[in-house]
Design a protein around this ligand. Sequence first.
Ligand SMILES: [Zn+2]
Length: 152
Amino acid sequence: MVDAFSNKLCPCCSGKVFEQCCRPFLSGKKAPKTVKQLMRSRYTAYFLGGCGQYLFATWHPETRKGESPGSLSMKTVDWRGLEILLCKQQGDEGIVEFKAHFIDQEGNAAVHHEYSHFLRIKGLWYYVQPVKPQVAANGQATGQQTPGAAAE
Ligand SMILES: [Zn+2]
């Protein structure tokens, strides 16, 4: 699956070729330097399936309870696209607001809308957990919920 994407556009919707986008992160050649790169590469890992080791390694040990590289390798959702709406990085902390599009079990288009919290530890970024928009806003006027977003 990973090789099938080599010369194609990256599943994370960056507009870049997979080889020059998320692949170096998934293969362990490079570590994401920004929360956006980590966000994109983790989405791509979920999209492709079989990348549980990467998802496990980039998930904060305190919040990845119950998950394993094996469980994270299973492709359980039919992902259809990623939109990054907001990306904030301050020192060793980051917040990304995103919408990940997928097809639900009834075959309908659906959206997962999340504010994700990221932390950098010893130079490596980790996904921590979803946070509420108020927390994500970090005292600044960002991340207002668009009407109806929660119902999507
Ligand atoms: Zn990518």
